[in-house]
Design a protein around this ligand. Structure first.
Ligand code: PXP
Length: 245
């Protein structure tokens, strides 16, 4: 039996629906509270440069909620001076550095750490010195794992988006890349997380990789919540993960 794989719930798309009408409903902070009550191990939120879903006020309220609940807040952020200042002000439990392009629909691809150390290493260092656990969201590629380790990250989150979109033999090849990246990261002493595009089935696949310690899941669960409610969707996800571990 593998140890408990943590489940972080990303509530960004509750804010997407709220922002479609510009009011306060549905409230991502209420969703975060419900997710924690349903057994989520932590809350993840991405404060984007264009504030298309999560806002600064949401981060403020989510920080408070997680502090009171004694559960981790994982702030996903681009490597910019603005986001670094916000992260250093809130000092979340963890920060996951992600690539960000304004025109993208979602986070496309992982952070190119190799070759961009001059920008990434100072951000990693500043966050770590402030007591924030730093994760780098990378493609499951050995050179990116090695670069993340050299950059001083404590965690790598492997991008599972490609895996989730592929099928058949191509999916098997991508699974082998994820396995190899996870093993290499663990050998280097990095904690391994995985996320992007996961559903009940693909989350179970990721839990079967023994080095994976945490999954961060948003879009699928928020979508499922429309049909079965957030609590039930999280219970089903937890059960799918536990059955695979
Ligand atoms: N992990 C990271 C680093 C992400 O950027 C995202 C998307 O915000 C997720 C996990 C969650 O992806 P999804 O919403 O597709 O489950």
């Amino acid at each position: 039996m593998t140890a408990h794989v943590r489940l972080g719930i990303n509530i960004d798309h509750v804010a997407t629906v709220r922002n479609a009408r510009g009011g306060g409903h549905p409230d991502p902070v209420r969703a975060a509270r419900e997710a924690l009550a349903a057994g989520a191990d932590g809350i993840t939120a991405h404060l984007r440069e264009d504030r298309r879903h999560i806002t600064d006020a949401d981060i403020e309220a989510l920080s408070e909620l997680c502090a009171v609940a004694g559960r981790p807040l994982n702030l996903e952020m681009a490597v910019t001076d603005e986001m670094l200042a916000i992260a250093l002000r809130h000092r979340p439990h963890a920060a996951c550095l992600v690539p960000e392009r304004r025109e993208e629909v979602t986070t496309e691809g992982g952070l190119a750490v190799a070759g961009h150390e001059a920008r990434i290493v100072p951000a990693v260092r500043a966050l770590a010195e402030a007591g924030v656990r730093v994760s780098l969201f990378i493609e499951p590629a050995l050179e990116q794992v090695a670069a993340a380790h050299a950059a001083g990250a404590q965690v790598v989150e492997l991008h599972t988006g490609r895996y989730c979109h592929l099928s058949g033999a191509d999916r098997a090849v991508e699974f082998a890349r994820l396995q190899a990246a996870a093993a290499h990261a663990a050998d280097l002493g990095l904690e391994v997380h995985a996320g992007h595009g996961l559903d009940y089935e693909t989350a179970a696949d990721m839990v079967a990789i023994p080095e994976v310690r945490e999954l961060n899941i948003g879009h699928f669960l928020v979508g499922e919540a429309v049909f079965v409610g957030l609590t039930h969707a999280i219970h089903r996800m937890r059960a799918a993960m536990d059955a695979a571990s």
